[in-house]
Design a protein. Sequence first.
Length: 647
Amino acid sequence: MKIKLYNILFTFLSIIAINSYAQKGTINRASQDYENFSYVKTTEILLDVANKGFKSVELFQKLGNSFYFNNKMEDAAKWYGELMKLEESIDPEYYYRYAQALKSIQNYTESDKWMQKFSESSKNDSRATNFKTSRNYLKEIESQSEAIELVNLPFNSPQSDFGTAINASDFVFASARESGKNHLWNNKPFLELYAISIANDGTFENLKKFNRDINTKYHESSVAFTPNSQMMYFTRNNFFKSKLKRDKDGVNRLQLYAAKKGADNTWEAIKPVHFNDKSYSVAHPTINSKGDKLIFASDMPGSLGQSDLYIVDINQDGTLGTPINLGAAINTEAQETFPFINEKGDLYFSSNGYAGLGGLDIYRIHDFENRFKTNQSLSVENVGKPINSPNDDFAYYENLNTKEGYFSSNRAGGQGDDDIYWFKVTDCTQKLAGKVFDEKSNQLLKGAKVVLLNNDGEIVAEQIVDDAAIYNFEALRCDSQYLVRASKDYYETSEKRIVSTSKRKEQLQLDIPLAMAEVVIVEGTNLRDAFNLSPIYFDLDKSNIRPDAAVELQKIVAVLNKYPTMKLDVRSHTDSRASAAYNKALSTRRTNATIKYLVKVGKINADRLTGKGYGESELINKCKDGVPCTKEEHQLNRRSDFIIIKM
């Protein structure tokens, strides 16, 4: 039976109160254990009753729940199935639980049937909305899936091991391997924090309990460290002065605690955060890369579901501000829990409120931190297989510097209840394809050249299209800007910008029409006049090639490649600020930088290029010495022009 901390925390709140009227003395006694969350005792008693042929809504609900909340989904599906056969009026929540249990045994067809019934009965529930808008969820998840290797870590035990936080060379996690006291939920030991060192070769060594001041005789888990390693936040039972506090219903909640690192590398000043309360739970912290935001899970008042994700400011002294619910764009009526935010600000979390593979699935929101701060829309996507499975998958963690990731799961084939798995983090990539054709006749343009450039103007890939005039580019980075350039003899070069999305392996489509060229090239003319190009511009007192200038220079490279006998004279200029002598030298540096880029990056023969710096002698506007001008007006003079000197 599972000891899942999210179950211990949140399913206390999700159990629907059932009238405890006496049907039989045996069920009455089982109900007392059930209300105290002693599901092991409940199961034994109620199974005996059911096996003797007794049937009732209450019996099958409680029997199904006793398996459901201990992650025995095959048994849960069996008894929820018996509940549905009674054809009596039941709470729609049981349609949802039955559907979830069926998913965990990979009976997706039957699961969808009961999710449809749930959505018809609970039209305003976000879980119903998510199901109705994701009817092809299995296909969508498959499109996000990758063939990556998972490694069950060697220090997993036969008990529950889960969660990941890396502090310096220590790998910190929660485990029930040695705790001396069992809890009534599923007769499993309580959790404690452990640390194991990561050696230089990536192996693990020196397993030990994390800290005797942090670990108590009750649950501790889900730790997060600030970037400077001076503060830690962790989950604990509502445990204070050696007494275990309970709410009015006798339920002990989970709380969030903070601790500071002492001078001797111990942890001290261990205190509960100010918004803890014995009437609800607060757990599973994660901290952003700046160390000024903490995200956690809670069922505090104002929550939309059984557990919601919240964000709170971390003050300079380590205290926390006022929590803010992340809202209905993320949170559902079910469980959103175990958040993790990576160095880029992407948010990962586990949920059973979206259309997934079963149990808890891991989801992500790309660029969450920036999008949440600027009030942009948030898109939740399933991370796919093999990280997600029909079982519970949670506690995601990744290190983008080492390209290593970890998550926890109770899937089949593990060493214990919950195990921690390692995987190699792969880059999010997409594909781009399209065709090149004549914009007037729609004739496919065989032999056209298509070039893919990144946002810095660097060539990523290039192709000559075949008879079908189709190009294909692999491995575009997600959430990135690209320039696609298509060219062909006797046609004007066309350039189109495209922004990749956040969906892994998505197929982008961009068709490119080309117009017949009507260019008359005259020696001595400015290249921008002949080809509708722009000069390149420089920052004040600088001669380096800016990213926007690199894009323009790639256009010039394309022209020079198209006309191999063309020669250019690079003429660079400055604005009027500084002395004439200084500006002359600065403009010469700009000319040299421009030619160097064309030769080194553009692979243009240096014999085709000449150049000179003209300082401030050829201003294109009024902005000479003593004339007040705006920054934008001065910018127009800091440029390099390109003059055709030979064809």
